[in-house]
Design a protein around this ligand. Sequence first.
Ligand SMILES: Cc1cc2nc3c(=O)[nH]c(=O)nc-3n(C[C@H](O)[C@H](O)[C@H](O)COP(=O)(O)OP(=O)(O)OC[C@H]3O[C@@H](n4cnc5c(N)ncnc54)[C@H](O)[C@@H]3O)c2cc1C
Length: 431
Amino acid sequence: MSVNIVGGGLAGVEAAWALAKRGIKVNLFEMKPTAFSSVHKNENLAEVVCSNSFGSISLTTASGVLKKEMEILDSIVIEAAYKSKVPAGNALAVDRNEFSRLVTKKIINHKNIKVIRKKIEKTDDENIWIISCGPLCDNSLNKHLQNIIGEKFLYFFDAIAPIVYAESVDFSKGFWQSRYSDEKDYFNCILNESEYDKFYEELINAEKVEFMEFEKNYFEACLPIEEIAQRGKQTLLFGPLKPVGLEFDNKRPYAVVQLRKENKEGSLLGLVGFQTKLTYKEQKRVFSLIPALKNAEFAKLGSLHKNTFIDSPALLNCFLQLKSKKNLFFAGQITGVEGYMASASSGIYAGLSVNAFLRNKKFECLPKESMLGGLINYITTKEEDFQPMSENFGFINIGKIRNKKQKREKQAEIALDNIKKWREKYESDTA
Ligand SMILES: Cc1cc2nc3c(=O)[nH]c(=O)nc-3n(C[C@H](O)[C@H](O)[C@H](O)COP(=O)(O)OP(=O)(O)OC[C@H]3O[C@@H](n4cnc5c(N)ncnc54)[C@H](O)[C@@H]3O)c2cc1C
C-alpha cells in the first residue's frame, strides 16, 4: 500500500523521507508549479518562504535542541541545511535555493517516492493521507477539510500573545486572582499610574511589522494590542489592562496585565489579550516595562498572521491522526506547530506514525519531556484558546537550578536522551 502526502513543503518532505526509508511507497503531491500560494515562488520542494535562518544550533536554546532531536530522527531537512549552510554565527542559515534543490533532488531520486505535481482538492477513504499543505493551504482543500472536521475547527489566522517562562516572572509585583472570584487562575501584574503612562507611550511608538497585502482583510475581529492603544490612552484600561473585579491590599490597582497558565505544569504563562504585531525586539523591550516582567524570558513572542491551522487538541490523537477518520494524518504548520523546524519535525513524526499504522504495530507517543514530544503533546492536549506553538524549554520540567546555562544544558541532556531512547524503542516496536 502507498501513502499519499499533500504538500511538498518542509513537513511533507520529512514525512515522505521517513516513510520511504522504511520501505513504504509514497505519492508526494505538490501543487507547484501548476498553482502557487501567495508567498511560494519557486518550483522546488521544501521552499523556505521568508527568513533563510532555521534558528540557533546552540544546545542552550530550544531551537538548537529541536534540531539535534531531528538529527537523531534522521531529518532530511537538517542534512540539507548543513550542506547548504551560509555563515551566520550560532544560527543555521541556508542558501535557500541550494537548500531546496538538495532536498528536491534527494526526494525525487528515492525509489519509493513519486512526486506528483498536482493540486489535491479531496482526500478519499481508501488511502492513507498525510495532510501537510502548510499555513497557506489551497482553498479547495480547505473546503474539503471543513466538510470532514467541521467549519469551526479550521482557523485562517493566528493571534498569538507572548508567553513567558514562569520562573522568570517577579511574583512580588502582582497577585494571583481571577476577576470577580476567589479562584486564583490568573497572575495579575500590577502597574501604577506612572508605570502605565510609560508603558503606554512606549507601546504606541514602538516599531511594528506591517501586515502583508494578502493578510489585510483578516484581522478586523482581533486587534493587536498596539492598535487598541492607538484609539486613546484610556482604551487599554477598559480592555486588556482593565483592573475591574480585582483587588490587592483592599484596593483596585490602576492597571493589570493578566498572565494565564499555558500548560498544566504552569511553567509557561501567556499574556492575556496581548496579540501583537510589534517586532520581536520591541516586544521584549516594551513588555519588560511591566514591573513583574522586568526580567522576563520569553518562551514565545506574539504575532498575527494569515495561517491555516486546525483545532488539533480537539481533532488529533498523539500520533497526529484524525480521531474521527483513522486514514487521515496531519503534519506541519496546519497542525498548529509554528515555524520551519517545528513544522519539519512534526513531518518526521507523522511519517513514523503512518509507518507504524500501516504495519499494524503499536508504539508509544513521543516523550513529553523533549522539544518535539513537548510540542506534539501541547498541540494535541491544550485545553482552551488553542493557538500555534513552537519549541521551548517550558516543556522540560526539572525544578530549580539557579544557573540558567546549567539548567538549559540539563534540559537539553534530558530531551536528547529521551528522544534517543524513544527512537530505539520505536524501531524495535515497529520492526
Ligand atoms: C509569509 C510567511 C512567512 C513565514 N516566515 C517564516 C520565518 O521566517 N521563519 C519560520 O520559522 N517560519 C516562517 N513561516 C512559517 C513557515 O511557512 C512554516 O513554518 C513552514 O514553511 C511550514 O511548513 P509546512 O510544510 O507546514 O508548509 P509549507 O512549507 O508551506 O508547504 C506546504 C506545501 O503544500 C503545497 N500545497 C498547498 N496546498 C496544496 C494542495 N491542495 N495540493 C498540493 N499541494 C499543496 C504548497 O505549495 C507548499 O509547497 C512563514 C509563513 C508565512 C506564510
